[in-house]
Design a protein around this ligand. Structure first.
Ligand code: NAD
Length: 259
């Protein structure tokens, strides 16, 4: 992937960081994005340059805002002269039953998990189409295919991402621009840690017990998926072997959606 550049949204942590590192390990220049401590982010950025011998820049953008999402892509194009790969990964979670679901939380989850994918794709596609090569990888979820109670906004957004992936793929099907979704099951990241802690507290259980319960309910493998494993799928989707793979969604979920 030498000479290619990738923007991974929400790559200061978790899955996004795993994907950014996996692409960097293939020689791809990286644009990082996401929230976090300034010094920590600089450490991550410099670490990627040192470990993989690629260029890495960090660009701040709050993806809850459509204008900011489009500007992020424009800035990423400016950083390396073009954008070959867009990984729409940034996401948040909120859990509540529908009648109790705060409207501002609904709006935020839809904005970050779904609308930002639309805005970033809209800004990235023209350049990819012009060069007749591009890869858009949307990090959806098992919740893009099946539902769970108390996750109305997240499930709606992730099902939306899977649908948007198909539309974008069809609109570019005759070109070498592909658009696919990855649907992970439970991955041990800060996003899931919060849910494990909430469960442990609510049920008066240890973190270890809450971990076991969480996996036992949904994920037959009883093992967490790792960010590195998601990164491996992203590398495959960016390869020439995947040039006719488009509009597809790939479950990496330890059997969750096979049930
Ligand atoms: P995480 O909390 O570790 O990382 C989320 C990233 O998004 C962080 O870099 C954060 O700063 C960034 N982010 C959040 N709000 C943002 C905003 N408004 N603007 C810009 N960046 C923002 O979470 P994760 O588990 O690595 O999740 C990454 C993606 O994977 C999400 O889309 C999530 O829905 C999806 N996913 C996660 C799991 C899982 O089990 N962890 C499973 C399936 C899908």
């Amino acid at each position: 992937m030498k000479g290619k550049s990738a923007l991974v949204t929400g790559s200061t942590s978790g899955i996004g960081l795993g994907v950014a590192k996996a692409l960097a390990a293939q020689g791809c220049d990286i644009v990082l994005n996401g929230f976090g401590d300034k010094d920590e982010i600089e450490k991550i950025r410099a670490g990627i340059e040192a470990d993989y011998g690629v260029r890495a820049v960090y660009l701040f953008a709050d993806l809850s805002k459509g204008d900011a999402a489009r500007k992020l892509v424009e800035d990423a194009i400016e950083a390396f002269g073009k954008l070959d790969i867009l990984v729409n990964n940034a996401g948040i979670q909120h859990t509540d039953f529908i009648p109790d679901f705060p409207v501002e939380k609904w709006d935020a989850v839809i904005a970050i998990n779904l609308s930002a994918v639309f805005h970033c794709s809209a800004a990235a596609l023209p350049g990819m189409q012009e060069r007749n090569w591009g890869r858009i990888i949307n990090i959806a979820s098992a919740h893009g295919l099946v539902a769970s109670a108390k996750k109305a906004a997240y499930v709606a957004a992730k099902h939306g991402v899977v649908g948007l992936t198909k539309v974008a793929a069809l609109e570019n099907a005759t070109s070498h621009v592909t658009v696919n979704a990855i649907c992970p099951g439970w991955v041990h990241t800060p996003l899931v840690e919060k849910q494990i802690e909430a469960r442990a507290e609510a049920e008066g259980k240890s973190i270890e017990e809450a971990n076991k319960e969480l996996l036992g309910e949904k994920q037959p493998s009883l093992r967490f998926v790792t960010p590195e494993q998601i990164g491996g799928m992203a590398v495959y989707l960016c390869s020439e072997a995947a040039d006719t793979v488009t509009g597809a969604h790939f479950s990496i979920d330890g059997g969750w959606t096979a049930q």
